[in-house]
Design a binder for this molecule. Sequence first.
Ligand code: SF4
Length: 332
Amino acid sequence: MTGQRLPTTENSAATTVAGAAPPWRAAGLRYFGYGFFLRGRFGVPVHKVSLDAGFTCPNVDGTVARGGCVFCDNRSFSPSRRLPRATIGEQLAIGMAKVRERFGVARFLAYFQPATNTYAPVERLRPLYEEALAHSHVVGLAIGTRPDCVPDDVLDLVDQLAAQRYVSLELGLQTIHDRSLAWMNRGCTHAAFVDAMARARGRHFEIGAHVILGLPGESRDDMLATADELARAGVDSVKLHNLYVVKGTPLADDVAAGRVILQSQAEYVETAVDFIERLPPTVVVERVSGEAPPDYFVGPAWCLQKAAVRLAIDAEFRRRDSYQGCRWAQTS
Ligand code: SF4
């Protein structure tokens, strides 16, 4: 990834010419937010609709581990508890109605979200993805998965779809540090991400990475090393959130017993701004806060106030008079 991102026919918001301020800065933003990206890419407001296609996960079903990640409420997608799902078309209709009512948008990204959404043979994946793309109000796909679950034939399928339509492949990186991945029972190491990026980069689809800040045992420098690696790896987007706790998970027990201490909002905001400052200005920052249904949520309480977290991050950028990429230029 360099400071120059080639424009697609529609992707004017992402275009950065070396030496010129990126469009999001001209719009008064401190980082390349997702809403700004979507408006530039599609010309109209777009919102994601989450779909559950009934996948499980290799560290839930025992292929690489059992029990899943320590923070993941994976009971609903353990193999023994998978229930018949509504069809993709039915889920889209329900999800679009809700999003339309709440946000007033008319175009959608079909987001294959829970579990590992490439964890199946291509013969099963293709009709699911194609059914979502066939809906007249769907402008593209987002596919959440693990870096160790993207074999070449799956990447070829995603590439074929992305040659015609917008597709983002979201890889759950979380951290580049293997000791943290072992702590969370991830069932893979950072080498899987490096390998996935090497095979996925340069295709038609965009590549996103999910990152968690505040993992136990990670110093500020450890977290910023993950930012530097993302800048080097050439991802197109990043989703950030703090480590938060969902009921019934091993992490909930660790936090209750005092074995894991969660970040305060002030700590998270400072680290998130440090992190974003080190990303290239062309990387879309899709998310800066976590999401969990309040019924399942344990803490920290502050991260349920997503708007307040976003405002605090903006305020910290203004206090520093800094912006995304200001430290990337210094470290590249
Ligand atoms: S890889 Fe993702 S879906 Fe699987 S257990 Fe971990 S967080 Fe949950």
